[in-house]
Design a protein around this ligand. Structure first.
Ligand SMILES: Nc1ncnc2c1ncn2[C@@H]1O[C@H](COP(=O)(O)OP(=O)(O)OP(=O)(O)O)[C@@H](O)[C@H]1O
Length: 336
């Protein structure tokens, strides 16, 4: 893949802030980040998210109106979690899809969510202040893979930086983000415990299901699938290594299918994934690396994309890969 060298026009940052990310953590670090931006003397403007989905609208409109010129390179600097980054990528890419003459604006990122899997995948510090210092030293954008899917039933399409999970991880995310337990734990600053609580709930509630999978090499049908995750990089669920060898530069997506014969067997497989990352060697685990992918489910299942709820529905998706320029300190670019 070509390394997109950018013109060295002066950078202007559009800072897209979601103070609600990370159970409010982003709101706490934002005053410090703002002071650091002012102290660095960089040119910037702040766009604060007022409601879920607002960041997509900002990113889409900025991509249309702030195309790079010889005098100015606009960079979208995201302060939030994986969900906020997801919204930003969708704003940029949907604008370019509607008007292919547009250049996608590069995205910089200061992680302040609860999972921060994208930051982990690209080797960006999890500490927002450290990440900002590194981001401000970046001088050019470089492309990385992002996933794209078409939802045939709902007739819509979407982009993702991390993964789309249908089945077990979809259920954990959906029940956690939707739950009274999480709101109660948030009040006593223990929101992080909500995931383990719902993990064990999902372990007993998630029944095996059928899925038909078509990859570059053919079609296969599974009848006892429990987790069907299409991923752009190794991590999901806040640092769990679902696909250890997944690359953001190979122009391909990794698909991991875990089958379930009993709650105990699935728990064992999941434990291997969390502790030793060697789950893909087991008989009930299946791994595909593919440029294109069709997933067709027979029954309603829960889904998540980049840690955001997709709802419970009968999924019929086609996936492929495209590129997004990122304004990040990618010292490890060749290894991604
Ligand atoms: N003004 C707002 N009010 C309420 N929610 C918002 C607002 N703006 C954005 N959101 C929502 O905040 C949610 C959380 O954001 P995000 O995913 O970035 O953080 P996170 O879930 O803590 O991080 P991670 O995905 O890394 O675990 C998203 O679902 C987004 O839609």
């Amino acid at each position: 893949m070509a390394d997109a060298q950018q013109p060295t026009a002066p950078v202007h940052y559009a800072v897209l802030v979601n103070t609600h990310a990370g159970n409010g953590n982003a709101g706490k670090v934002w005053p410090t980040i703002l002071k650091m931006l002012e102290a660095a003397g960089v040119s910037f403007h702040v766009y604060e998210s007022q409601y879920p989905g607002h960041t997509t609208i900002w990113a889409r409109s900025l991509t249309r109106t702030e195309q790079p010129t010889a005098d100015r390179q606009m960079v979208l600097l995201v302060l939030g979690g994986d969900g906020t980054l997801h919204q930003t990528v969708n704003g940029v890419q949907s604008a370019v899809r509607d008007n292919p003459h547009l250049t996608p604006l590069p995205i910089a990122y200061v992680p302040s969510g609860s999972g921060n899997d994208f930051a982990r995948a690209v080797g960006l510090p999890q500490d927002p202040e450290k990440a900002l210092r590194e981001v401000l030293a970046v001088t050019r954008a470089r492309p990385l893979d992002i996933g794209h899917y078409v939802d045939h039933r709902q007739q819509r399409q979407e982009y993702f930086t991390n993964n789309v999970g249908i089945g077990f991880d979809g259920r954990v995310v959906s029940t956690t983000n939707d739950s009274r337990v999480k709101r109660a734990l948030n009040l006593i600053h223990l929101g992080g415990l909500a995931y383990p609580v719902h993990f064990f709930g999902a372990l007993f509630k998630q029944r095996p299901f059928a899925v038909r999978i078509t990859t570059d090499t053919g079609t296969q049908r599974f009848t006892k699938a429990c987790l069907v995750t299409t991923t752009n990089h190794p991590f999901f669920g806040g640092g769990v290594t679902v696909a250890p060898s997944a690359s953001m530069r190979d122009g391909k997506l990794d698909l991991v299918v875990l089958e379930r014969t009993s709650a105990l067997q699935f728990l064992g497989l999941f434990a291997l994934m969390v502790l030793f990352h060697n789950h893909l060697k087991r008989k009930r685990a299946h791994h595909f690396v593919t440029k294109q992918l069709d997933l067709t489910f027979g029954e309603p299942e829960y889904g998540q994309e980049d840690g955001e709820i997709m709802g419970q529905q009968i999924y019929d998706f086609s996936f492929d890969v495209c590129q997004q320029p990122f304004w990040l300190p990618l010292d490890n670019y060749d290894q991604l």
